[in-house]
Design a binder for this molecule. Structure first.
Ligand code: ATP
Length: 357
């Protein structure tokens, strides 16, 4: 999978779409998911993103057939699989814990599902070797999981999923046991492989950066429900509510009014158009990179409270009449604003968005 390594390309396996229709799942009095409907087109990677306990894993388990929904239907490749057991769904799952057998070699771990299906030995060998090549692990067949790095173990578990040639692969926080740098690397590999093989994937994470970087489509979940579905850019630029705005990326949420084509924040008036906006009270989302700081008179006045140098840029916290403003500015010396200095903030209209109060 690494860029230096060119595994064999192959025709896309029979990737299938996934559709949930009005799915609910309760555990006694606990409603884990509540009327979830969503569509995963064949060959795409869709992420379920949300805070702990919002129902992501339950949704994944319902797709896998490991939980029966209390209500609603699950379709894979257009077929209603709701009554089918997990083994008949052509779906495999990759877990955060890798779930590898410590006493089996890499080869036998990957071969495990094929052996259960009593596949002939030559077929097992061919498919295991092919799967290991896909994840860049040829030559490790005889090793035991404990002798591999975390990243390699996660690749073995990915190979074990690929070897079954599933119609859909489900990922349940597969990178949470890896350190930050490796996580970034392996997620890029997963994405590259998913694209190249045209696999349909549903990927669960609570990490918004992971979701933004990986997904064709993100489904933002909150308390068992879907808050918004969209491409990473749609969710970042046009979140449908405060929860999504705050959960995806960094967000300043400022009290504002809209009056005759202008957004008004304290004394700052900014010409702005947005579909469906009427005069009245709104919450203004301002992304930190849309904040410009200078010494002019026109804008939102403030005082720099913190300035954190991060190499590529500086992160500021500015105290303003409407609360603390988080801003990102250039680290170029000539443009740095020291702590305690008075500044005027203005906003790029490309990085702002009005939300219902
Ligand atoms: P996390 O990121 O922490 O894994 P999640 O978004 O995946 O969270 P779920 O694991 O789907 O959330 O859980 C959703 C809700 O359902 C939670 O309140 C959880 O406690 C509850 N729940 C999940 N599985 C069970 C179960 N087997 N029995 C009882 N309650 C459960």
């Amino acid at each position: 999978m690494a860029a230096t390594h060119m595994p064999p390309d192959r025709t896309p396996r029979a990737a299938a779409s996934v559709r949930l229709e009005d799915v609910c799942k309760s555990f006694g009095p606990i409603v884990a998911i509540d009327r979830i409907s969503l569509e995963v087109p064949a060959g795409r990677l869709v992420t379920l993103l949300g805070p702990s306990g919002c129902g992501k894993t339950t949704t994944l388990r319902v797709i896998a057939g490991l939980e029966a929904p209390t209500r609603g239907r699950v379709f894979i490749g257009g077929e209603d699989v709701t009554p089918l057991p997990a083994a008949q769904r052509r779906v495999t799952m990759v877990f955060q814990s890798y779930a590898l057998f410590p006493h089996l070699t890499v080869f036998e771990n990957v071969a495990f599902g094929l052996r259960l299906l009593r596949q002939p030995e030559a077929e097992v060998r061919r498919r295991v070797e092919e799967a290991l090549a896909l994840v860049g692990l040829e030559g490790t067949e005889g090793r035991f999981p404990a002798r591999l790095s975390g990243g390699q173990q996660q690749r073995v578990s990915l190979a074990r999923a690929l070897v079954m040639e599933p119609a859909v692969i489900l990922f349940d926080e597969p990178l949470s046991n890896l350190d930050a740098k490796l996580r970034k690397h392996v997620r890029a590999e997963i994405r590259e492989l998913q694209r190249r093989l045209g696999i349909t994937a549903v990927y669960v994470t609570h990490d918004q950066a992971e979701a933004l970087s990986l997904s064709d489509i993100i489904v933002v979940m909150h308390m068992g429900r879907v808050e918004q579905v969209g491409t990473p850019e749609e969710l970042y630029r046009r979140p449908s509510n405060r929860f999504v705005a705050d959960f995806i990326g960094e967000a300043n949420l400022l009290p504002a009014t809209y009056h005759r084509g202008e957004v008004v924040v304290a004394t700052y008036r900014l010409p702005y158009q947005q579909e469906g906006i009427t005069d009245g009270d709104w919450t203004l989302l301002v992304r930190p990179e849309a904040v410009r700081l200078d010494a002019g008179d026109e804008g939102l006045p403030g005082t720099v409270r913190t300035a954190a140098y991060l190499g590529v840029h500086i992160e500021y916290r500015i105290e303003t009449p409407v609360g603390m403003l988080f801003a990102i500015g250039p680290a170029d010396r000539a443009q740095v604003h020291p702590v305690g200095s008075r500044v005027t903030a203005t906003f790029d209209v490309g990085g702002i968005y009005l939300l219902a109060r």
